[in-house]
Design a protein around this ligand. Structure first.
Ligand code: SF4
Ligand code: SF4
Ligand code: SF4
Length: 420
């Protein structure tokens, strides 16, 4: 078959099937590609997200019947799932099945962190990356509807975030507010999402989203970056089979996409500055960590949900038996264990039953280590800093230090922790 697409292509893509176009977000490109991958035998299954009981409820779904892929059509902003851990926990690490998965930036980073730890066979995972401006917990979604918009949350038919604004539609009406304003008022995205800079996951096979779509195609096409040969093969085959239509975005679209990305990365830098500054002084940081973790009930959730930690629970059980709250060493072990590999997915904070800001602490440690060593967790298969430190070939570390920063530099330009 003639290669119709290549790595590096930037494309507008839409589904050929009118039902998928109607049900899918932005022309249904992702749904059409997933369905085609399953029909064509490129993969054995699809891992995605479907709407659950209501618009605030996102649930993971594992699909082997192409006819069911349409269940994953559309975006859900209220879900705060991390799909990457499902491979290691429930899908036998994708050893025996080829799986196509729709993955946000943190999901893709989690996939890489699991693959580094031999918990996932990367060769068997086709990564359909999704642009992500952030997610909001279902409880916060309901509060925004009732307290900001004064609308019964159960009347809301759709919520979305685009062009820097949060939107709801209900009863044939529409309301929106700038995300900035929402967050200044104490509402909005999860705190880890505010700091997140993996908004376009280009280490996936495809990176798909709305940013940069030409005006006349808004809502009818998805902007797709073809990031790998495998992604190009999927697009080529789907195009050849008539499953999708494509168009090439012009320079203005690409510029608009870049502007959008820069704006959200700048916002992330501001949030990092705001969140990390109170932790700059190491004595203050330690004090705050000890205070906050003193209410830990040792439920192990922060370990079990972490894509870099979840198979390492044993030392936590055996080293800290019988005491609640556990000694601070319980948390120090986590910081030491995963500090260099934290992808800021937020799961350990969001699911902590006593609201300890675990992700904030871990991300602050990760950001300092990154500033020192230039290692970005979740970007590729390179080894974590601690693993390199144990390696006699320490030159590797020097190489990392010299590595040019990418747009995912996880720390705004400022001094690192002041040690006192
Ligand atoms: Fe999206 Fe990043 Fe939040 Fe993940 S951590 S949901 S990629 S903003
Ligand atoms: Fe402690 Fe929270 Fe972790 Fe549970 S999730 S072990 S309460 S820090
Ligand atoms: Fe995610 Fe927390 Fe693990 Fe970091 S430490 S990767 S925020 S679960």
């Amino acid at each position: 078959m003639k290669e119709l697409s290549a790595k590096g292509d930037l494309l507008h893509i839409w589904a050929s099937d009118p039902l998928i176009r109607e049900r899918g977000e932005s022309g249904g490109a992702v749904t059409a590609l997933l369905k085609f991958a399953l029909e064509d035998g490129i993969v054995d299954a699809v891992l995605g997200v479907e709407r659950g009981a209501d618009i605030y409820d996102a649930r993971p779904v594992f699909i082997t019947d192409p006819g069911e892929v349409i269940k994953t059509a559309g975006s859900i902003y209220g879900g705060t799932l991390l799909l990457s851990k499902h491979f290691g926990k429930y899908l036998d690490s994708a050893k025996g099945l080829k799986i196509a998965a729709t993955l946000k930036g943190c999901d893709v980073m989690g996939v890489y962190e699991q693959a580094k730890r031999d918990l996932l066979n990367l060769d068997n995972v086709l990564m359909i990356g999704l642009n992500c401006g952030g997610s909001i917990t279902p409880a916060m979604m309901r509060r925004i509807a009732s307290e900001i918009f004064e609308v019964d949350p159960y009347l809301v038919e759709k919520e979305s975030m685009y062009k820097g604004r949060f939107h709801i539609t209900y009863d044939g009406l529409h309301k929106d507010i700038p995300i900035n304003e929402l967050e200044e008022r104490g509402y909005g995205r999860r705190s880890n999402c505010r700091r997140c800079k993996m908004k376009i996951p280009r280490q996936a096979d495809l990176a798909c989203g709305q940013w940069g779509v030409r005006k006349d195609l808004v809502g009818r096409a998805t902007f797709v970056e073809v990031c790998s040969g495998r992604g190009a093969d999927l697009v080529s085959r789907a195009l050849d089979a008539g499953a999708i239509g494509i168009d090439v975005p012009d320079a203005a679209c690409i510029k608009a996409r870049k502007r959008r990305e820069e704006a959200i990365l700048n916002l992330a830098d501001k949030w990092r500055e705001r969140d990390f500054t109170p932790l700059e002084n190491s004595r203050e940081r330690l004090k705050r960590m000890m205070e906050e973790t003193s209410r830990c009930i040792k439920c192990y959730t922060c370990i079990e949900v972490c894509p870099a930690l979840f198979n390492t629970i044993k030392p936590y059980i055996t080293s800290f038996p019988g005491k609640i709250p556990p000694e601070f060493g319980f948390h120090l072990l986590r910081y030491a264990h995963v500090g260099d590999s934290c992808i800021d997915c937020g799961q350990c904070e969001e699911l902590c039953p006593v609201d300890i800001p675990n992700a904030l602490f871990m991300h602050a440690i990760e950001a300092d280590l990154e500033a020192l060593y230039g290692y970005h967790a979740g970007e590729d298969m390179s080894r974590p800093v601690a693993a390199i430190m144990e390696d006699p070939d320490v030159q590797d570390v020097e190489l990392r230090r010299e590595r040019k920063g990418s747009n995912n530099s996880r720390r705004p330009k400022r001094a690192t922790t002041k040690h006192t």
